[in-house]
Structures are given as C-alpha cells and as structure tokens.
Design a protein around this ligand. Structure first.
Ligand SMILES: C[S@@+](CC[C@H](N)C(=O)[O-])C[C@H]1O[C@@H](n2cnc3c(N)ncnc32)[C@H](O)[C@@H]1O
Length: 267
C-alpha cells in the first residue's frame, strides 16, 4: 500500500536525500502463535474483529527500542523476535509520540503537521477492522489523530497523509523554500487560503491572466495576492478569517468590509 506514495516526487526525494527515514512494520511479524493471529472477536459480541493489543505492543516497543529506520530482519519474522517483556509496558522515550490513527482522534490540520514536524521520530499505528483493543490506547498511545470525519477501512492511508504533510514542512524537502510557507493554512498566508495561480499561456479559452501579474510591480503583485487570499477565504472558509483576525491589517479589514465581511458571525 505504501510503495506508490513513498516512491514519488517530494517523499521520494526526501527519502533519497535522507531527510526522512520511513520504516514499515508488519504487525503480523510480531505475533508468536502458529497462525500469526492479529485480531479477535469483540468481547460482548457484535460484528467485526478487533486488533489484539499484544502484537501491537510488541511491535511498537521492539521498534522503539531500536534506532530509527530499524526493521525486523525478514528471517527473524515469526520465529526469532527480540526479547520483550509481555507483562510490563516498556518505558518509551517521551519525545517520540506514539500516534494511533483513528477517526476518534484530534483532527489533523496544518498546525498539527507543524507540531509533529518538530519531533525527530514518530510512531504511527494503523488500525484495521473495528479498530484496536482499547488497551493499546490506554497503555501505549500518546496521541490519537483523525484525518477527517469519515471512516476509512484502515489507518494506512491516514498515515500516508500525515507523513506527506509533515515531510513537506521539513527544511529542504521542497525545491522552493518559500513553497510550504506560502501554502494555504500556513504562516505565510496567516492561516488563510492561498490565492489563484496562473502559468502560460497568457490567454486560455478567452480568459486572460490578470494584468497585475504581468506588471513586474512586486508590491502591487503582493497586494493583489493578499487580496485574492482574503477574498477566497471570505468566500469559502469565512471562519478562518476570525482565527486570523489579529493578523489582519487595516487595509485587509477595509478590503474585506468592502466585499461584505462584517456580519456579527463572520467577525
Ligand atoms: C473501519 S476503521 C474503525 C473505525 C472504528 N470502529 C470507529 O468507529 O471509530 C479501521 C481503522 O481505520 C483507520 N481510520 C479510519 N478512519 C480514519 C480517520 N478518519 N482518520 C484516521 N484513521 C482512520 C483507523 O486506524 C481505524 O482503526
């Protein structure tokens, strides 16, 4: 599942340049029974299966006891697992968040991505089926993240979303250092939406590029971009203007008022 996204574009380059390391761990490899069972029926009945706590704890604690990038050697899988105390939780490094991907977690956004990008190592746990045994949450996990109010079949896609968004924020990950800074929801746009972009041709099906972008007048271009960012945010996500309110200049406020911003709920 991970091969495609991790072998393209920015993530591929970040891996090649050793800006990041990604190690994938198959929880089944951390089972010790003959059939390598990772799931069980839920206590109390009901449909679906629940991921067992023990293989997840064994996987996370074993992996985090090793340097970043370590994976279980293939020949060790199923037979020769490193020593692990099944009766006592390992003491995990406080600065390595152990994150469960779950639709019940705090909502992932750019500020959470920025926060996670400050850590040198992250552990992401992907659930399947009905999710994981509650004791994974209570004993192992330090953070729970949801990528939105919808339910995916597994945590893998959510983990890839987190890895992508966090990697973009690492210095050197993007060719253009300004890129991530100027994106929507970022510091360079004061958390607002970014305005429109144009490239050649000048005229596409009768729609020309706005004159100001051809003027060569940097201050005017910057003001136009700011206004487009304000306008777009007002039209699509007015609640973001309230969050960014203290960063809005008088000129920003006047521009927004002239475009209908001003009702009590919008400010
Ligand atoms: C079918 S879901 C389980 C949903 C669970 N029964 C519930 O209602 O909260 C299976 C797995 O997909 C992942 N997942 C599903 N939706 C997600 C979301 N919005 N964000 C992050 N992970 C999600 C989680 O890892 C979860 O354990």
């Amino acid at each position: 599942m991970f091969a495609g996204p991790f072998s393209e574009s920015i993530l591929k380059r970040a891996l090649e340049n050793q800006l990041i390391q990604i190690a994938l761990h198959d929880i089944r490899a951390y089972t010790t029974d003959r059939h390598h069972v990772c799931d069980g029926t839920p206590y109390g009945g009901g449909g679906g299966m629940v991921m067992k706590a023990e293989p997840i704890a064994r996987a996370v604690e074993t992996v985090l006891a090793h340097p970043a990038g370590w994976t279980l050697p293939p020949q060790a899988a199923f037979v020769d697992l490193p020593p692990w105390n099944e009766n006592a939780p390992a003491v995990l490094a406080a600065d390595v968040p152990v994150i469960l991907l779950t639709p019940q977690g705090r909502r992932f956004d750019q500020s959470v991505a920025l926060e996670l990008s400050q850590h040198s190592r992250l552990a992401l746990i992907c659930g399947r089926y009905e999710g994981v045994d509650e004791r994974v949450r209570s004993q192992l996990v330090s953070d729970e993240i949801s990528i939105g109010d919808f339910v995916l079949s597994g945590g893998e896609l959510a983990a890839m979303v987190v890895v992508d968004a966090v990697t973009r924020l690492l210095p050197g990950a993007l060719g253009d250092a300004l890129g991530a800074h100027q994106d929507s929801h970022s510091a360079g746009t004061d958390g607002l939406l970014e305005g429109p972009h144009y490239t050649r041709p000048h005229n596409f099906r009768g729609e020309a590029v706005p004159d100001v972008l051809l003027s060569g007048h940097h201050a005017q271009v910057a003001r136009w971009r700011r206004e487009q960012s304000l306008l777009r945010t007002l039209e699509r996500r007015p609640e973001l203007l309230a969050v960014a309110a203290e960063k809005l200049s008088k000129a920003d406020r006047d521009f927004l008022s002239a475009h209908g911003w001003g009702s009590a709920q919008e400010q």
